[in-house]
Design a protein around this ligand. Structure first.
Ligand SMILES: Nc1ncnc2c1ncn2[C@@H]1O[C@H](COP(=O)(O)OP(=O)(O)OP(=O)(O)O)[C@@H](O)[C@H]1O
Ligand SMILES: Cc1cn([C@H]2C[C@H](O)[C@@H](COP(=O)(O)O)O2)c(=O)[nH]c1=O
Length: 212
């Protein structure tokens, strides 16, 4: 069976987590092998990098380089092997996060991000050019709503402690990515009760005939 690469995106607190878990269960119930992973992270090396980027102070170039260094290790040791096995790979964040957070949020040069993307994902690709998810599910939620949800849940890290203006730029950058590649994206209205969000998420996978 052919591997499926699905990424999940959104600003912090948009509510991805429980739906990724539910999709993993649904795919397993349909007989598929599932690999669950996340970025930054997903390998021992990339998880060490995750701890640094989430907690240590650094300049935007260092942050961008570390995100892509973690991704390189993740792509080579988890993503490519999982897809070669025919797994459904559910990945909490991928390169769209770098364009949204480093590019949009931090204002870092997106041409440099595109070069890093080419280096990290270019040689793993087929003729289309880059290793990219087959589908990216974007949980779209207003920064004000996401901030309310996060307030109630946990101690903020380097990203979660950013301003509403930062997250507005992140959300705008996600929108730009969607406009550039509309076939790859499914936009989910995350400003609904969890059950309604799940109905919308599941419908995307049913429409693609990946789940029934
Ligand atoms: N539909 C919803 N309505 C209200 N609260 C929600 C909803 N979905 C999730 N939450 C709550 O919002 C908080 C953030 O959710 P969650 O951790 O799933 O978001 P996330 O997108 O994975 O965030 P991050 O990317 O920061 O890890 C949690 O406290 C969660 O219980
Ligand atoms: C992959 C990636 C992630 N980030 C940011 C986005 C989030 O704030 C954190 C990860 O935390 P989560 O609770 O697992 O969502 O990292 C980023 O800035 N750039 C990236 O490429």
């Amino acid at each position: 069976m052919q591997g499926l690469f699905i990424s999940f995106e959104g600003i912090d607190g948009a509510g991805k987590s429980s739906h990724i878990e539910a999709l993993a269960q649904a795919f397993k119930a349909s007989g598929r092998n599932v690999t669950l992973s996340r970025e930054p992270g997903g390998t021992p090396l990339a998880e060490k990098i995750r701890a640094m980027v989430l907690n240590d102070n650094m300049d935007p170039l260092t942050e961008a380089l570390l995100m892509f260094a973690a991704r390189r290790d993740h792509v080579l040791t988890v993503i490519v092997p999982a897809l070669a096995r025919g797994d459904v790979l559910l990945c909490d964040r991928f390169t769209d996060s770098s364009f949204a957070y480093q590019g949009g949020g931090r204002g870092f040069d997106t041409a440099v991000l595109s070069t890093l993307e080419q280096w990290v994902q270019g040689e793993q690709s087929d003729s289309s050019g880059l290793l990219q998810p087959d589908l990216t599910v974007w949980f779209d939620l207003a920064p004000e709503q996401a901030a309310q949800r996060l307030l109630a849940s946990r101690t903020p890290d380097n990203f979660e402690s950013q301003s509403l203006e930062f997250f507005t730029r992140v959300a705008q950058a996600y929108e730009k990515r969607l406009i550039q590649d509309p076939q790859r994206f499914a936009r989910i209205n995350a400003d609904q009760v969890r059950e309604a969000v799940w109905t919308d998420v599941k419908a995307v996978f049913v429409a693609k005939r990946w789940l029934s």
